[in-house]
Design a protein around this ligand. Structure first.
Ligand SMILES: Cc1cc2nc3c(=O)[nH]c(=O)nc-3n(C[C@H](O)[C@H](O)[C@H](O)COP(=O)(O)OP(=O)(O)OC[C@H]3O[C@@H](n4cnc5c(N)ncnc54)[C@H](O)[C@@H]3O)c2cc1C
Length: 287
């Protein structure tokens, strides 16, 4: 498939990219291109101008400071997967990255592009909501922070305004005793998540669960939290029985997607199976 005609320009600075974006209503930011170019070839996206931000300095980094982890939007999946810093302080991030596509996709695709795209089968959104991340968006009018729970709005739709660029993703550095895990049922053809579940659990000194955030992707039009399961986990010692009991708290309000590979009922069931696996893996890792 051949995309519709478009112009291309490479921005050298973030400010230049923001100016171009403000001046061109139909423009799109080009990051790794691994979602945008296929969408253009299928004519699902027909931007008149691509603004390539791939060579802007200082959009690709992983930093730690003031109790926070800060990841530049152009950081690739592979950079996160292979980060020793993240493996030691927030293993959910490299764990999630390792499940994305293949090595070529992970070398080129970026965390910013992935969350800005908000694919319902994308892996990052589950981890982003489980970590309660903060998304830093910039435009010519300034900067604002968007909480993960407000960021994913619908299928391929986020809270980013057309004139905004996602600059950075911030995560509070986990403290105390924590357990994190990402588990995924891969679609056999595309590799995207039929179901992907990220668990981020905190435990008190007695071993009881004191905080729980579970992010689920692949099931609905956007990533969501299993809030009923989270509440059922808090205050408990998470042995097999307590996890089983918590899994009975399915969230009926979630509208599951169905397709040729997985019906809505199957996806909903698998969401609970994989939620149990993610919780069990997170408990194991917290030991
Ligand atoms: C064969 C294949 C297999 C894949 N498998 C998986 C998988 O298993 N799991 C998974 O999660 N993903 C998968 N992907 C998608 C991959 O992770 C993409 O890299 C990712 O979805 C988009 O990142 P990108 O950097 O390529 O963004 P692009 O494709 O360049 O951009 C995607 C969208 O985000 C916008 N955008 C990009 N960066 C910004 C920014 N900083 N601010 C604002 N808007 C921005 C663009 O304008 C565009 O609309 C796969 C892709 C391919 C080609």
């Amino acid at each position: 498939m051949i995309p519709a005609q478009f112009d291309y320009t490479r921005a050298n600075t973030l400010d230049e990219a923001l100016t171009l974006l403000a001046q061109n209503e139909d423009a799109k930011i080009l990051a790794g291109g691994h979602s945008l170019i296929p969408a253009m070839k299928l004519r699902l996206a027909t931007p008149s101008l691509l603004i390539d931000i791939g060579r802007i300095k200082d959009l690709s980094y992983i930093r730690e400071g003031n109790g926070q982890i800060r990841i530049g939007a152009m950081t690739t999946h592979y950079q996160i997967e292979s980060s020793d810093l993240l493996k030691s302080i927030c293993p959910l991030l490299p764990d999630c990255a390792s499940h994305i596509g293949d090595v070529q996709v992970r070398n080129k695709g970026t965390i910013g592009g992935s969350v800005a795209h908000s694919d319902p089968g994308g892996d990052w959104p589950a981890a982003i909501v489980a970590l309660d991340a903060e998304m830093i968006a910039v435009s010519k009018n300034g900067e604002r922070s968007i909480k993960a729970d407000d960021f994913f709005v619908d299928l391929l739709t986020t809270a980013l305004a057309p004139n905004e660029i996602l600059r950075e993703i911030r995560v509070n550095k986990p403290s105390g005793r924590t357990g994190q895990a990402y588990v995924k049922m891969h679609h056999p053809a595309s590799g995207f998540a039929v179901v992907g579940v990220a668990a981020n659990l905190g435990f008190d000194d007695s071993g009881k669960c004191e905080s729980a955030r579970i992010g689920i992707t692949g099931v609905s039009s956007k990533a969501y939290r299993a809030t009923a399961v989270e509440s059922a986990l808090r205050g408990k010692h998470l042995d097999h029985g307590a996890i089983e009991e918590a899994l009975a708290h399915d969230d009926d309000a979630v509208e599951a997607n169905g397709d040729l590979f997985a019906s809505a009922d199957y996806r909903r069931n698998m969401a609970m199976v994989y939620t149990g696996r993610a919780i069990a893996a997170a408990v194991e890792r917290a030991r």
